[in-house]
Design a binder for this molecule. Structure first.
Ligand code: SF4
Length: 471
């Protein structure tokens, strides 16, 4: 029983159980977890200015930062606990080692300090106090945003300590019984290393949260009226459902209609087309003259777009796949933009710019405004963007769990040349590149970005072909 299991438990009860009892070979590598570990070490190293050492001897020496320490103790009822504090920071005080003591610190990714950070600090504080025989008043949350290190003090109140201990007992109880159910909040699963394992079970049981548009609340409302799985939802009558759920709002009614259709498509494996002939003709006309496919790779914590990838497509039906891909690297985040990409986009200013998701359009319009492009040119640039994600969402109901680029492209038959790939993995490579200057990491990122562009192209081809068939 340790604080790492408590962290897992706070994310998802099932995750803690699987971390302890699960078959380890079914666990997959998590890019997010690796990014966290690399960032954590880099933040701790910077915070302690390199005075960072491992183990108990480092505490005796009184170094600024101590990592890799293990404290074994007991809580009420003789329950054994093992603590692995992420970092101990030296501060003034009186402890078993002399005129200094240690405080616990954790590292966070992103802006939000969570319950997980607070409770981990509280649990560690209780046992660090006993270990060093000196009080811990607060812990630190260390993070880095835009190349600047930030620290936040978390005061370890009695209430927070009690909460941490109670949760630890709750965790201990939970681990004695059978595996907990899959969380209703499936958003948490996206970065979990047990995702593949849980996905299989959710699919075989027809979980409602497997349907795009159904979150925890909607699933609960449906269960309250006797709809427990995808099959029951697909067989439901929308008008009866509307009345049972007491829906008056037009948008909520549309949503009910949409999730019923989504579950029908999911079960049958067949797409449903929603659009009109005119929309399709309009799109054909726009793309006929040639177009760009555009995709950006970025590091959100540093607000840094490090790669702009541009695929030039003269003819969408070119059998020889003579599409020209140009990667534009922006390795130094000095000016936060690289004008080369804007120049490229303006080279063929009658070509539409196809992208998946809103990021690319927002970024380029922001860049155009920063360099004071005139309003006419900005409007003209803006009108060229076609968000394929939006287009697909408005045109189709597809038999898939979500409408991310990876899911849609895989479904239309596109395979990424590098296996088990994701945006998080590209970010992981970028962080590795930054730490090592190894060009092989850049090559992997560029290949990944090129594949993202090709995947987007494959989706538009599928859309053009299949929308015609449906009309
Ligand atoms: S995949 Fe989801 S349900 Fe399964 S352990 Fe992870 S967070 Fe929990």
């Amino acid at each position: 029983m340790n604080n790492l299991l408590l962290k897992s438990y706070l994310r998802c009860k099932r995750k803690a159980w699987l971390d302890l009892w699960g078959e380890k070979s079914l666990k997959t590598w998590s890019a997010q977890q690796s990014i966290h570990l690399i960032t954590e070490f880099s933040n701790f190293n910077e915070f302690t200015k390199g005075d960072l050492f491992n183990g108990r001897k480092a505490c005796e020496k009184g170094v600024k930062g101590v990592i890799g320490i293990k404290i074994i103790d007991k809580v009420k009822n003789n329950l054994k606990i093992e603590l692995n504090p992420s970092l101990l920071i030296r501060t003034n005080g009186d402890s078993i080692w002399g005129k200094y003591k240690y405080l616990p610190a954790v590292s966070k990714l992103g802006h939000r300090t969570t319950r997980e950070h607070q409770l981990d600090l509280a649990l560690c504080s209780i046992f660090i106090e006993r270990f060093q025989k000196a009080k811990v008043e607060y812990g630190l949350v260390i993070s880095k945003q835009n190349y600047k290190l930030y620290t936040e003090k978390i005061f370890i109140s009695k209430k927070l300590r009690d909460k941490a201990i109670n949760l630890f007992f709750e965790l201990n109880e939970s681990l004695k019984y059978k595996i907990p159910n899959i969380t209703e909040n499936r958003k948490k699963c996206s970065i979990c290393s047990w995702k593949q394992f849980c996905d299989k079970e959710a699919t075989s049981n027809g979980f409602l949260t497997d349907i795009d548009g159904i979150g925890r609340k909607t699933a609960q409302s449906l269960k309250n009226i006797g709809i427990h799985n995808v099959k029951q939802l697909a067989a439901s009558d929308k008008t009866k459902l509307k009345s049972k759920l007491s829906i008056n709002d037009e948008n909520d009614f549309k949503k009910i209609n949409q999730i019923i259709n989504q579950s029908k498509s999911y079960l049958s494996g067949l797409p449903i087309y929603l659009k009109s002939h005119n929309d399709l003709l309009d799109l054909f006309k726009k793309l006929n003259q040639g177009f760009y496919v555009f995709d950006i790779e970025s590091n959100p914590d540093e607000d840094h777009d490090f790669l702009y990838g541009l695929l030039s497509v003269e003819n969408v039906y070119d059998q020889n796949n003579n599409f020209f891909y140009k990667p534009i690297l922006n390795l130094i985040n000095k000016n936060k933009y690289n004008l080369e990409i804007l120049k490229q986009l303006i080279l063929r200013n009658n070509w539409p710019i196809l992208h998946f998701g809103e990021t690319e359009k927002i970024t380029m319009i922001k860049m155009a405004k920063i360099i004071n492009l005139n309003k006419f040119d900005i409007d003209s640039l803006e009108s060229r963007f076609i968000d394929l994600h939006l287009l697909i969402r408005n045109s189709w109901i597809l038999p898939i769990k979500n409408y991310s680029l990876k899911t849609v492209a895989n479904w239309v038959g596109f395979d990424w040349s590098q296996k088990n790939i994701s945006g998080s993995k590209a970010l992981y490579w970028w962080i590795q590149y930054r730490n090592t200057n190894e060009n092989s990491f850049l090559e992997k990122i560029i290949n990944y970005n090129k594949d993202d562009c090709l995947a987007t192209l494959e989706i538009i081809k599928w859309h053009l072909d299949n929308a015609q068939k449906f009309l």
